[in-house]
Design a protein around this ligand. Structure first.
Ligand code: OSB
Ligand code: MG
Length: 368
């Protein structure tokens, strides 16, 4: 395989409804799309870096810079066996996983398209239908939250995750449990608490949550291990896990019992699969996280979710939950049973709508 050229595009899309987490409120999304031309096909990837360095250190700007000045020069003109090798070719660049992951994923898509098979098959996926959950942002009132949960349950989603932060945690969870005693419910704090808050977090044990996601510091495995010893509720790590080594340390320390895998956070399919395999061997279930992606990133999350140990519903949802109109054809839809049927077409299995993408493009750079 050899990459002839890559095109970076920044697209902007307004969210259907604002999304609030403990680290901020988002109304519009800026996304960096990578199109890679290799051997007569075009592979597509999406960087999940945010507008600011609040979920993770990377931003749209840093991902653009690293892709242009370091990642592209490391691949340009080089012959390699398959997309599997890209991660290793980029090993001298430390961090910047979201930038790496965008191009790496685009090359997996390209390879599957060259071979005329679905990407999920190239990856070794086993699932034809993936179970879906939703992530619901922090709401003004608990009544708003209840209404949102009712809507998503009616749409079929198999589990509900709500975002929490200090002051908006116990009460909403308690009210949701009164109203919906049977649903699969979990919370995500996006690092809003400190270890000293453990007696407060301990109160969540009363509500038999599936898990509490990333309660403590974004890079603090040690405190999560302390906290997990005090809680009955399983901790799931998101922000903390950027590498296979972090995953290994987290598991060995007892810092979590579940791991959320995001392609961008770990730098692409090769590291994502390694973390998946490690977790499988340690009986740690994983699920696929979401980053408010456009259809391109969404399609990749679907492919990743077909791997065997993605046994819990992920944050992989219909295009319509976030976008009035997506950038792929067809859009991602969810069955009344709360599943997504995995596409059978080549590569990611959804076709990028070039005309629409061009219209949404705020800036573009072609590198060859
Ligand atoms: O922590 O999983 C998270 C969105 C932006 C940044 C971080 C997170 C999220 C979500 C949204 O929870 C998941 C989705 O894309 O539906
Ligand atoms: Mg999270």
């Amino acid at each position: 395989m050899k990459v002839q050229k890559i095109t970076l595009r920044e697209i902007r899309m307004p969210l259907v409804t604002p999304f609030e987490t403990s680290f901020g409120r988002l109304t519009d999304r800026r996304m960096l799309l990578v199109e890679a031309e290799a051997g007569g096909v075009a592979g597509w990837g999406e960087s999940v870096a945010g507008e600011g360095p609040f979920y993770a250190p990377e931003t749209v700007e840093t991902a653009w810079l690293i892709l242009r000045d370091f990642i592209w020069p490391a691949l340009k003109g080089r012959e390699f066996r398959s997309a599997f090798d890209v991660w290793e070719m980029l090993a001298s660049i430390r961090g910047h996983n979201m930038a790496k992951g965008a191009l790496e994923a685009a090359l997996w898509d390209a390879e599957a398209k060259q071979k005329e098979i679905p990407l999920w098959k190239l990856l070794g996926g086993v699932r034809k239908e993936i179970p879906c959950g939703v992530s619901i942002g922090i709401k003004e009132t608990v009544d708003d939250l209840i209404a949102a949960v009712e809507r998503e349950m009616a749409a079929g989603y198999q589990r509900i995750k709500i975002k929490i932060k200090p002051g908006k945690d116990i009460e909403p969870v308690e009210r949701l449990r009164q109203k919906f005693p049977e649903i699969r419910l979990m919370v995500d704090a996006n690092s809003a608490y400190r270890l000293e808050d453990w007696p407060h977090l301990k109160r969540l044990d009363a509500y038999y949550l599936m898990m509490i996601e990333q309660p403590l510091g974004w890079d603090d495995l040690y405190s999560h291990a302390e906290l997990q010893r005090k809680l009955d509720t399983p901790i799931c790590l998101d922000e903390c896990i950027h590498t296979e080594e972090h995953a290994r340390a987290a598991i060995e320390l007892g810092a979590c019992r579940i791991i959320n895998i995001k392609l961008g956070r770990v730098g692409g399919y090769t590291p994502a699969r390694r973390i998946h395999d490690l977790c499988k061997s340690k009986q740690i279930p994983v699920w696929c996280g979401g980053m408010l992606e456009s259809g391109i990133g969404r399609a990749h999350n679907i492919a990743l979710s077909t791997l065997e140990n993605f046994s819990l519903p992920g944050d992989v949802t219909a295009s319509r939950r976030y976008w009035a109109e997506d950038v792929i054809e067809p859009e991602v839809t969810v069955t009344p049973q709360g599943t997504i049927r995995v596409p059978e077409g080549p590569g990611i299995g959804y076709v990028p709508r070039l005309e629409r993408i061009e219209k949404l493009t705020a800036r573009k750079e072609v590198l060859s």
